[in-house]
Design a protein around this ligand. Structure first.
Ligand code: ACO
Length: 435
């Protein structure tokens, strides 16, 4: 690496030992090189040029982004520059949603307008309820919501005009507003209960809880502590930069697909157990351990690599996941109301042992967001099938902000990675009777 002196640019000098030629590659943004800059490295003029190989995009920045900042080593998460701790403490989910979508915290008038718009787009077409009723009685809630989001495009075909910013803003508000309605319809179908219509004078989370848990004509008043806890969980899950589902959203959106179809695709990615399904795995693990006296044997199994301590470790965070800290406090508040979940004691003990054990400490394994979230969801009365849906509702904001950022980014085009072909060389077709 060196400085070429003439214009003060940092460059990387690459020598190709096949040809003896040297190339100067610009280093940008601190320590980034453009993959296209290595295309000039060729053995002959008709050579395609050099590519980089990066399965699972482990070391490839696919975009510039101004939305979410993560420093995994230091355990920092910021939305538009605001630390997650301050947002979880002092903000509401809709305020954070506005921040993520628009880039700045709203003024009072802006927040009032946004809240009004969101609470007035909560209804879906009546045919939608019939669509939901068509699913089998035991259909997975996430599958129903994924299908529902894709189906929304049939009700809002104007969503396809993705190059019009005003139209995009309308579709984004529609999606943020209707996700709880879709989720509640799926849940009620799953429970064999009639759907409850949205109540637009309630808060975002109170309306959601009402649509989920109201029975008959009786008024349902969510406990304010539980309403706030759900709001905090929504804030924590609103965005997490270029993860698997967000990348899916951007890739589908790069084909100028409507936001409903793109978001259904992103939800499909989130549904995977390696992504949005880990909190369910934590609950299963805690249930399997069952009681405090089984913990030592379980931990021995983890250290012998017979199993994983689910809810621990993270690809990006190599320190305490800042969301886990906040969730732990929220869990305490929720359990004050709902009564203590006995599984919490097992979780706390697992954490206590792990944070003091060299196996976990030396590998930087700390609790992640999923270690405590499942316990809270369970205490709030959600079946595990709803867990990925509860992740998808707030992440809708992140997906949409990233989608819009991608569409506005002049450097972005339709996503199209390259491959290293490993198949057979050209050969002639063989008639079936000769094979
Ligand atoms: N329990 C025990 N050991 C673990 C765990 C764990 N949960 N996580 C990692 N390790 C060990 C690995 O065995 C490995 O040890 P080694 O170097 O001696 O072979 C080392 O720690 C590094 O682990 P990797 O698998 O290389 O870490 P990676 O970054 O690929 O994986 C992941 C991250 C998938 C999150 C992993 O930590 C894991 O499986 N955790 C449990 C599942 C989980 O909680 N997922 C939720 C993530 S948060 C989210 O998606 C919202």
């Amino acid at each position: 690496m060196g400085d070429n002196g003439s214009d003060g640019k940092n460059t990387l000098t690459v020598r190709d030992n096949r040809t003896g030629r040297e190339y100067e590659i610009d280093i940008q943004d601190g320590d980034v090189i453009r993959a296209m800059d290595i295309r000039q490295i060729k053995v002959s003029d008709d050579d395609f040029g050099m590519m980089s190989y990066d399965p699972a995009f482990s070391n490839t920045a696919s975009t510039r982004s101004a939305i979410t900042f993560i420093d995994g080593g230091k355990g920092i998460l910021e939305y538009r520059g605001y630390p997650i701790e301050q947002l979880a403490e002092r903000s509401t989910y809709l305020e954070v949603a506005y921040l993520i979508l628009k880039g700045e915290l709203p003024t009072k008038a802006e927040l009032d307008g946004f809240t009004h718009n969101i609470t007035n787009h909560t209804y879906v077409h009546e045919n939608f309820r019939r669509l939901m009723r068509g699913f089998r009685y035991d259909a997975h809630a996430m599958s129903m919501v994924i299908s529902g989001v894709a189906a929304l495009n049939t009700f809002y075909p104007d969503g396809s005009d993705v190059r019009d910013p005003q139209n995009r803003w309308l579709q984004m508000q529609r999606l943020v507003a209707k996700m709880p309605t879709l989720a509640a319809y799926a849940y009620r179908h799953y429970r064999g209960l009639p759907a409850v219509y949205p109540e637009n004078e309630l808060s975002y989370t109170a309306n959601f809880l009402n649509m989920l848990f109201r029975i008959g004509g009786r008024e349902y008043k969510p406990n304010p502590v539980l309403e706030r806890a759900l709001d905090v969980l929504f804030i924590l899950h609103a965005d997490h930069e270029q993860n698997c589902s967000t990348t899916t959203m951007r890739v589908i959106g790069s084909a100028e697909t409507d936001p409903y179809s793109a978001l259904a695709g992103a939800m499909g990615a989130l549904f995977g157990p390696l992504h949005g399904g880990a909190n369910e795995a934590v609950l299963k693990m805690l249930n399997r351990i069952g009681s405090m006296e089984n913990i030592p044997a379980f931990m021995k199994g983890v250290k012998n690599r017979e199993e994983r301590l689910m809810g621990f470790g993270h690809r990006v965070y190599k320190a305490y996941d800042p969301r886990a800290n906040i969730i732990k406090r929220t869990a305490d508040e929720v359990f004050e109301v709902t009564g203590r979940n006995p599984l919490l004691d097992i979780a706390l003990e697992l954490e206590r042992i792990a944070l003091d054990d060299d196996f976990f400490v030396s590998r930087n394994l700390y609790p992640n967001v999923d270690f405590y979230s499942g316990l809270i969801y369970q205490a709030l009365g959600f079946p595990v099938e709803m867990f990925p849906v509860l992740f998808a509702i707030p992440r809708t904001v992140g997906w949409l902000a990233q989608w819009e950022e991608m569409l506005e980014d002049k450097e972005q085009r339709i996503s199209r990675p390259r491959q290293i072909f490993t198949g057979r060389a050209k050969r002639d077709f063989v008639p079936i009777e000769e094979r």
